[in-house]
Design a protein around this ligand. Structure first.
Ligand SMILES: Cc1cc2nc3c(=O)[nH]c(=O)nc-3n(C[C@H](O)[C@H](O)[C@H](O)COP(=O)(O)OP(=O)(O)OC[C@H]3O[C@@H](n4cnc5c(N)ncnc54)[C@H](O)[C@@H]3O)c2cc1C
Length: 319
């Protein structure tokens, strides 16, 4: 007769290839994302470096769902967590180098560190990155932008890994940036990018970065648990104004609240669940639609499954 241990099917962890990086089962995600909510990753993989990630992608079983996250400043992880493997890029992909007017940075480099490197090298045009609290990979995926500049304006090329472990060097046309969107397949992982600056005066660049910091401090709830702009601006409209006009400023549900400071930001006032935040977002969408006829689209990425059901949505449009 077979022993019980021989009959059980292998765990996800047991099916994954040997790597130099680190696997963690049942890894808490609420500690690492800005909203401070959400269930765990079934397995989190932190690759040691690029080669380790490429090897993992080449050898992993094809049926394993995969999600990549940066620092979670634009993501709402649902309370049921994320099934499959969550890839979290770390130090091994955070290098930043300067060559003339070009900066090459790894996908897990923080946007602010890219901006600081550009300032030190006297390169203008990348100051806007100092105000975006994410990683370069997240910025490429979202075509992140602020203060009239966005990734589209500065990206010369990007390298990305497809689901089978092949590396692609992508031109701006292939990246297909548009407002808070890029055309690269959702299951590809950005590894690095080349960004272009223009020679500028270091003191002036520093002043622009200081102005950006000051403006953000006064206009956004940057010191609270939030996820940035919740909804994309509809063409020719401002989401925050539509939300304000629909009377949603300060609206709350459980521990979730529409920020009084910037009403396109949802905040976790302390004990919100992801369901509170998502439910409040849906309520805002309902009220805005009722008031102005505009159907807001989620800009924040909602990842994983809710506790009550097998909902899975990493896209922008809410049903
Ligand atoms: C206070 C605050 C202010 C903000 N202000 C701005 C702003 O002014 N402008 C702006 O554009 N955004 C802003 N954001 C949103 C956010 O910072 C950006 O979208 C940022 O680029 C997300 O980076 P991240 O590393 O946190 O991505 P995450 O939230 O971790 O991920 C976002 C998406 O990118 C994908 N992703 C992450 N890394 C990779 C990778 N290496 N390869 C492929 N896909 C990847 C994820 O799968 C997910 O779909 C703000 C957020 C906060 C909390």
């Amino acid at each position: 007769m077979m022993m019980a241990a021989e009959m059980r099917s292998p765990t996800l962890l047991e099916r994954l290839p040997a790597v130099r990086g680190r696997y963690t089962e049942n890894a808490a995600l609420d500690r690492i994302t800005w909203f401070k909510v959400g269930g765990p990753a079934e397995v989190m993989f932190r690759p040691a470096d690029e080669e380790d990630l490429i090897q993992f992608m080449t050898e992993k079983p094809a049926d394993v769902p995969l999600t990549v996250i940066g620092v979670g400043s634009n993501s709402l992880i649902r309370d049921g967590g994320i099934p499959g493997v969550v890839v979290r890029l770390g130090r091994g992909l955070a290098g930043i180098t300067v060559d003339g007017t070009e900066i090459t940075a790894g996908a897990s480099a923080l946007d602010v560190n890219v901006a600081i490197t550009a300032r030190a090298a006297g390169l203008a045009g990348l100051e806007f990155l100092s105000g975006i609290p994410g990683t370069l990979g997240g910025a490429l995926r979202m075509n992140a932008g602020a203060f009239d500049a966005e990734m589209k304006d500065v990206t010369l090329s990007a390298r990305a890994l497809d689901d089978s472990g092949r590396v692609h060097d992508l031109s701006p046309a292939e990246l297909g940036f548009s407002y808070r969107h890029c055309d690269v397949a959702e299951d590809w992982i950005f590894l690095s990018a080349r960004l272009g600056g223009t020679p500028g005066d270091t003191a002036e660049i520093a002043r622009r970065m200081a102005r950006i910091r000051a403006q953000r401090e006064t206009s956004q709830p940057v010191r609270t648990a939030t996820g940035g702009s919740t909804f994309a601006n509809p063409p020719g409209r401002k989401a925050w104004r539509l939300i304000d006009q629909a009377g949603c400023r300060g609206l709350n549900r459980g521990g979730a609240m529409v920020s009084e400071k910037h009403c396109n930001f949802l905040i976790n006032t302390g004990n919100a669940t992801a369901a509170d935040l998502e439910g409040l977002g849906e309520e805002v969408r309902r009220r805005v639609f009722e008031h102005s006829g505009v159907a807001l689209e989620w800009e924040i990425r909602r990842l994983g499954v809710s506790v009550g059901g097998p909902l899975r949505d990493s896209g922008r449009t809410s049903s």
